[in-house]
Design a binder for this molecule. Structure first.
Ligand code: GLU
Length: 305
């Protein structure tokens, strides 16, 4: 497996420079575009890796499935679904869809920003800093890494420049869908996006979703199998922005990408996969990362279709 991963990294490395670094969050534009790494955790307990898999990067939108999971764990499926629906929007993650359709809970999706911002309000906690601490703690538990922390520079950069997310949050507020203080809610969201991880962390988190809520090796249950089904289904249809359909055809796995260049992919019952390469395609997905996943999926017959 290590050999296969090495080969896939080397044969796809040329794609790293074809992508574009995210620059709307200024701090993300400082990434090294040549980096490409992968880490795989398999159901037999084996781990394999290649390339720049030890590099740290911010989780960005890959926090969304964890936010969704925590909201489900805190409130149950029915309550979450009554606030944030599950239908794909087919639009970019930060699109303001209001002109196309009346803004209703069922039009909100947990994998795009508006839905994810609203999910922050559903997390249990006395304050938004307590809500965030619980989100960070769950991320650490899923990754099996107590040292995971926030990248302060990215957090400050996002907070300073997040006008579009502010617009989305105020739109929710104007519709009566969000009642708390917008800055406090966004602070939780921005901090969540700025959590720093590496490929191994993403592979471990992904494995727990693949393993129906149980952690690798110890098989300790963190959440119910039902919630794993729920999150995996949402990831399959909406995890890769408005490129989810193309990704389903090419790779065929539930996955979530982030503009930091990470991808967490889930092969149900078989493996969790973490990938990093910060050059993005036009939809905001890691360009080289998708190519590596596509080859891996073909080689190991991972597509669920
Ligand atoms: N923090 C980013 C934003 O809200 C996350 C976007 C992403 O990774 O898709 O703009």
């Amino acid at each position: 497996m290590d050999e296969l991963l090495e080969r896939l990294i080397e044969s796809n490395r040329h794609y790293t420079t074809a992508g574009k670094l995210a620059n709307y969050i200024p701090e993300l534009a400082k990434a090294n575009q040549n980096e490409l790494g992968i880490y795989v955790v398999s159901s037999d307990g084996r781990t394999s890796f290649a390339g720049d898999c030890q590099k740290n990067f911010t989780i960005q939108s890959i926090i969304k499935p964890i936010l969704l999971l925590l909201a489900l764990m805190d409130n149950g499926e029915e309550m979450v679904r009554s606030h944030v629906g599950v239908e794909a929007t087919g639009k970019p993650f930060d699109a303001i869809n209001y002109t196309d359709q009346t803004l209703l809970s069922e039009h909100l999706n947990p994998m795009v920003n508006m839905g994810a911002i609203l999910l922050c309000t559903l997390i249990k906690g006395q304050s938004y800093s307590e809500k965030f601490e619980r989100l960070l703690e769950l991320t650490r538990t899923l990754a099996g890494n107590p040292d995971i922390t926030v990248n302060e520079a990215v957090y400050q950069s996002e907070k300073r420049t997040g006008s579009r997310n502010r617009a989305l949050a105020f739109l929710l507020k104007s519709q009566g869908l969000l009642s708390d203080d917008v800055e406090e809610v966004l602070d939780c969201y921005f901090r969540g996006c700025s959590i720093q991880v590496n490929c191994k962390d993403l592979a471990n988190i992904g494995f727990t979703f693949a393993n129906r809520g149980r952690r690798p090796v110890s098989e300790e249950r963190v959440f119910s199998a039902r919630f794993a089904h729920y999150v995996n289904a949402v990831l399959m249809t909406c995890g890769m922005y408005d490129g989810a359909g193309d990704f389903a055809v090419r790779v065929g796995l539930p996955a979530k990408s982030g503009v930091g260049g990470g991808i967490m992919a889930i092969s149900p019952t078989r493996m969790g996969i973490g990938i990093y390469s910060p050059g993005l395609d036009q939809k905001g997905n890691s360009l080289a990362g998708i190519h590596v996943l596509e080859d891996l999926s073909h080689t190991l017959y991972l597509s669920v279709f």
